[in-house]
Design a protein around this ligand. Structure first.
Ligand SMILES: Cc1cc2nc3c(=O)[nH]c(=O)nc-3n(C[C@H](O)[C@H](O)[C@H](O)COP(=O)(O)OP(=O)(O)OC[C@H]3O[C@@H](n4cnc5c(N)ncnc54)[C@H](O)[C@@H]3O)c2cc1C
Length: 444
């Protein structure tokens, strides 16, 4: 989420809304058992890699643990009756993001969001001009300090360089680390942050980012509900053992998150080399959790698509995207260590917390209009185990190793391997394509 970062960086769907992953054409359901390439995961990276390989005439099987495609791109229309993205929602770097032309060509409704208003509160009143200026100064100082370290190639914890003595520093830090990068400032690598290239313009998609990714992937041959349990790569071919038998391929592209790779959900035989295991350990998953709250009718009298933040000196902060597209939702965001803790406590606690924060700002009247809330549970999702990757301080270089293939047989792709577009869905897509080109060259 958030306001502006480096280079004004922000992290910041119903004609197609009914297209679902299971709507595969008949041909796509005929899945070869000995393809040229087996792909683990049908998120943006796996789907784009598959499309590229098929377009090059190679046979492909995508093995997906879940019963849907899209991975961390997932639009849920049933909980609130309107599209809600559990995962990605902003098209970052829209000028270079392959999903933007798709959205335009397919008639999606996108909203330019860089000029969104930010409503800033102190207690239950709007911040004064002087307070807003103090907030701006603290944001600029923080941005300058982390940029300066990153530009000079210093790979340290962002907390070490953050100007913490300034008023509003807590607010700026909460947005900068936890709510944008999914990690506390202590766990944010200045170099990893600096290496991120995604920037403005940023767009929201009314029908949902997940809907768009699912539409892209609907003709790709995916075996759903098929977790890969073990990958044997010591022989000429790669053998992928699944709950539904073994697939043999000439090469394999693994797009599972670093959370999954680090947890050992997939066994490798032989073990992955130590350098690869270290790279995985050094780029763990951060966490951004969304707490959507639904209010009756027009509910809260707040401008659609605005941000709402408030002064706090606590780590426990939840900032909101107000009424996206005029939907009767307030989307709360929490990140970093607090998001892990809250996710551990479950949906009811998280919803109570977010509603309580909103009550402090907008008053107790909001309770009467409150309908229900939810929590996106990427922390406990067994096929993600976090939201997106964050290299540890002193280990920004690990991303390059993460992306390296092993023996021209095991290839790694996905957001964590996407260089300057790491953490993003567009980055995962581009990285899937480039990995597929590499695989095609090797196999030819
Ligand atoms: C809360 C949140 C907010 C976000 N906001 C944005 C945003 O606004 N903009 C943006 O661009 N990005 C955002 N992102 C990040 C974006 O969603 C991801 O970077 C992107 O979707 C990752 O794609 P991927 O293909 O690399 O991985 P995934 O989507 O995780 O795909 C990997 C697939 O592998 C499958 N898998 C895992 N293990 C196995 C196994 N053993 N066998 C078979 N299949 C397996 C998984 O089920 C999954 O489908 C956000 C993410 C989250 C969680």
């Amino acid at each position: 989420m958030t306001r502006s970062l480096k280079l004004d960086l922000t992290r910041r769907q119903a004609l197609t809304g009914l297209l679902v992953a299971t709507a595969l054409p008949a041909w796509a359901q005929t899945i070869p058992s000995n393809p040229d390439v087996a792909i683990v995961g049908a998120g943006a990276a796996g789907l784009s890699a598959a499309r590229s390989l098929i377009d090059r005439g190679l046979s492909v099987v995508v093995l997906e643990a879940r019963n849907r495609i899209g991975g961390r791109a997932w639009t849920d229309t049933s909980t609130f009756g309107v599209p809600f993205d559990h995962g990605c929602s902003w098209l970052h770097s829209a000028n270079r993001n392959p999903f933007k032309p798709m959205a335009d060509d397919w008639g999606y409704s996108t909203l330019y969001h860089d000029d969104a208003e930010e409503l800033v509160y102190v207690g239950d009143r709007p911040a004064t001009t002087a307070e807003e200026s103090a907030y701006e100064r603290s944001w600029n100082a923080l941005n300058a300090a982390v940029s300066s370290a990153g530009r000079r190639g210093r790979d340290v914890s962002a907390a070490l360089v953050s100007p913490r003595d300034m008023p509003w520093a807590h607010v700026s830090e909460a947005l900068f680390g936890p709510m944008d990068m999914g990690v506390d400032m202590e766990d944010l690598s200045t170099a990893d942050w600096w290496n991120m290239e995604f920037t403005t313009p940023n767009y929201l998609i009314r029908e949902g980012f997940g809907t768009l990714v699912a539409q892209f992937g609907r003709e790709i041959p995916v075996k759903l509900g098929t977790p890969v349990e073990r990958i044997r790569w010591g022989d000429k071919d790669v053998a992928l053992e699944t709950s539904d038998g073994t697939i043999r391929a000439r090469a394999c592209i693994i797009t599972a998150s670093t959370g999954i790779l680090g947890a050992g959900t997939i066994a490798f035989e032989p073990h992955l080399p130590v350098w690869k295991q270290e790279a995985i350990a050094h780029v763990p998953m951060g966490l951004l959790a969304k707490i959507p709250l639904q209010f009756k009718g027009s509910g809260l009298d707040l401008p659609a698509n605005a941000w709402l933040s408030y002064y706090t000196e606590q780590r426990e902060a939840c900032y909101f995207l107000c009424r996206p597209f005029g939907f009767d939702l307030m989307i709360g965001f929490v990140g970093g260590s607090f998001a892990w803790e809250l996710s551990g406590e479950g949906t009811a606690t998280a919803v109570d917390f977010a509603l309580g924060e909103l009550r402090k700002v907008l008053g107790s009247n909001i309770e009467r209009q409150f309908v229900k809330g939810a929590l996106t549970d990427w922390a406990n999702d067994p096929w993600s185990l976090g939201a997106y990757s964050a290299a540890m301080p002193e280990h920004a270089v690990a991303r390059a190793k993460l992306a390296q293939n092993i023996d021209d047989k095991l290839f790694f792709a996905g957001e964590a391997c996407a260089g300057g577009f790491a953490t993003t869905c567009g980055g995962a897509f581009i990285n899937g394509q480039s990995t597929a080109r590499h695989v095609a060259r090797v196999l030819s």
